[in-house]
Design a protein around this ligand. Structure first.
Ligand code: ADP
Ligand code: ZN
Length: 520
């Protein structure tokens, strides 16, 4: 139990000024720091670039004891440690890459109480005797970075993160802070349970990026021509074009060069020196176009990126927001343009099928693919869709995305939506999406008397299974239906009660961009 007086927010602000030279806290930083300084747990969801690190770095410096930071990426860790040291903060990392001699020196500093911040990886913490040795020390704060990795509902599940739940028992009384840039409501809930943070205050900053002008369009084939057009329409501007494959980056960069555009290709298959050199070229250029795989991104901080184009769609909405978010860092308007096709979606599913991961993780990933395409194909303001996806309770359209400026033609599907909602209601949230479809069609195999006795049994014979799946995806996306994880076998139940009632009464319409596929 802490007995010393908590350091104050004023001291924290002085530290921010002295060490980082920032004038004041921004966003929710002050609130998060106050919580930790008072010795309480917190969960903080702050957008990328929002300044998550000082939320634990400052308490680690001000509270007595060693601050422990668990971070999944060695590259990120060494960056952070290097820049902290440059600013005169006593920080170090312990991971598998640290040679024995340095390791001994780090331990000497830990044990003499010189060190303020120790960075470790989750694997590092679970292997060897690191954890044991740490339990003998006084810790000031435990920070779990990229906390969404603990959840199967996050987009980057890492089994090693599950072990971090134990930190609560090992270090009672030490405030713990889970931080991430991406966590929808379900992932946040999971973070709390998995990391024993049930009592933690939750801080969710807005994901709004009003400077981003979003659009998405269907593409034909490889989209090279369209990308060249889009880039040519933005002469003298810097941008990033994301491409799904390494070969693709080279091919498209070539096409852009032929069109007289200063383009560079970037992917993980290139020599490290070549990569560094191209990155520097891009950062320094007034106008350059980086054609890259997603290997390009971490640590790229170019304020005047005026457009991000996805020539191939991102993996999920989390990735979409992160990648698009590299545009407009200076706060000036920037475009986020996504090109996609049904075959991209099919490919995304196929690729998941081939991957070696637990079935329940695979299902979550598949759901994320569905949600991404529901957004791309959808009828709702892009910015609003994304922010709601991240759990923000907002309803004001952005007024500048393609949907807001030119609402696409749509088909009213309110009536079939009512049927699907009624069926989900009657089935009581006990079944998944496939069963809901077979129920509507009246094709459930070995149907129980209970199910065939329901008034919704077989009421949807007009549409094909695909038609119903499309509609259910849309309803899920709009929050009219919701999926319950159920250990990887998601169950579909009714979503927001008030919204569902409005649809039942016909006061809220449901629209789809395309006609539902009919059964012949
Ligand atoms: P995140 O991890 O949330 O993406 P970082 O912690 O790396 O963000 O911070 C992003 C940048 O914002 C860093 O350059 C950091 O120094 C800066 N920053 C953090 N807090 C503030 C602040 N209160 N005022 C101005 N800049 C800040
Ligand atoms: Zn909009």
């Amino acid at each position: 139990r802490q007995t010393v007086d908590s350091p104050s927010l004023n001291e924290a602000r002085e530290t921010l000024r002295r060490v980082w030279g920032h004038h004041d806290f921004r966003g929710l930083q002050a609130q998060v720091i106050t919580e930790i300084l008072a010795g309480r747990n917190a969960v903080a969801v702050l957008p990328t670039g929002g300044g998550k690190s000082v939320c634990y770095q400052i308490p680690a410096m001000l509270r007595p004891g060693l601050g422990l930071v668990v971070s999944p990426l060695i590259a990120l860790m060494s960056d952070q440690v290097a820049s902290l040291r440059q600013s005169g903060v006593a920080a170090a990392r312990l991971d598998s890459n640290i040679p024995p001699q340095e390791r001994a020196e780090v331990w000497r500093m830990i044990e003499s109480g010189e060190l303020d911040l120790l960075y470790v990886s989750p694997e590092g913490l679970s292997g060897g005797n690191l954890l044991e040795r740490l339990t003998e020390l006084r810790l000031s704060v435990i920070a779990i970075d990229e906390a969404h990795c603990v959840s199967q509902w996050g987009h980057d599940f890492r089994p090693d993160y599950r072990l971090l739940g134990r930190l609560a028992q090992h270090f009672p009384g030490v405030p713990r802070l889970a931080v991430t840039a991406t966590a929808d409501a379900r992932t946040r809930e999971d973070i709390r349970t998995q990391l024993s943070l049930e009592d933690a205050a939750e801080f969710v900053d807005s994901f709004a990026r009003p400077e981003l002008i979003l659009s998405a369009e269907r593409k034909d084939g490889s989209a090279h021509k369209r990308v060249v057009e889009l880039v040519k329409a933005r002469p003298g501007k810097s941008g990033v074009v994301y491409v799904g494959s390494r070969d693709g980056t080279e091919a498209l960069a070539e096409k852009l060069l032929e069109a007289g555009i200063p383009a560079l290709a970037y992917h993980a298959g290139l020599d490290k020196d070549v990569r560094t050199q191209r990155l520097e070229q891009f950062l320094e250029a007034d106008a350059a176009v980086m054609v890259a795989t997603i290997a390009f991104g971490m640590g790229v901080d170019k304020p005047d990126v005026r457009f991000v184009i996805h020539a191939d769609p991102p993996a999920a909405i989390e990735a979409y927001w992160q990648e698009i978010g590299r545009a407009g860092r200076d706060g000036l308007p920037a475009d986020g343009i996504t090109l996609y096709s049904p075959s991209d979606m099919a490919w995304a599913y196929r690729r998941l099928d081939g991957r070696d991961m637990a079935p329940e993780v695979k299902q979550v990933q598949a759901r994320k693919v569905r949600q991404l395409y529901a957004m791309l194909e959808g009828m709702a303001c892009r910015a609003l869709s994304v922010r709601r996806y991240f759990g923000e309770d907002v309803s004001e359209p952005c007024g500048q995305c393609d949907i807001c400026l030119a609402p696409p033609e749509s088909v009213d599907v309110t009536e079939p939506a009512q049927k699907a909602l009624a069926a989900a209601h009657r089935l009581g949230g006990r079944f998944g999406r496939g069963r809901l479809v077979s129920h509507l069609l009246g094709t459930t195999k070995e149907v129980s008397d209970f199910e065939s006795g329901l008034s919704t049994w077989g009421i949807g014979k007009e549409f094909s299974p695909q038609g119903w799946r499309d509609l259910i995806d849309q309803l899920l996306f709009e929050g009219l239906l919701k999926e319950d994880p159920n250990d990887g076998r998601p169950l579909v139940g009714l979503g927001d009660g008030e919204a569902v009632r409005l649809v039942y009464r016909g006061e809220r319409r449901v629209a789809l961009r395309k006609q539902l596929e009919k059964l012949d």
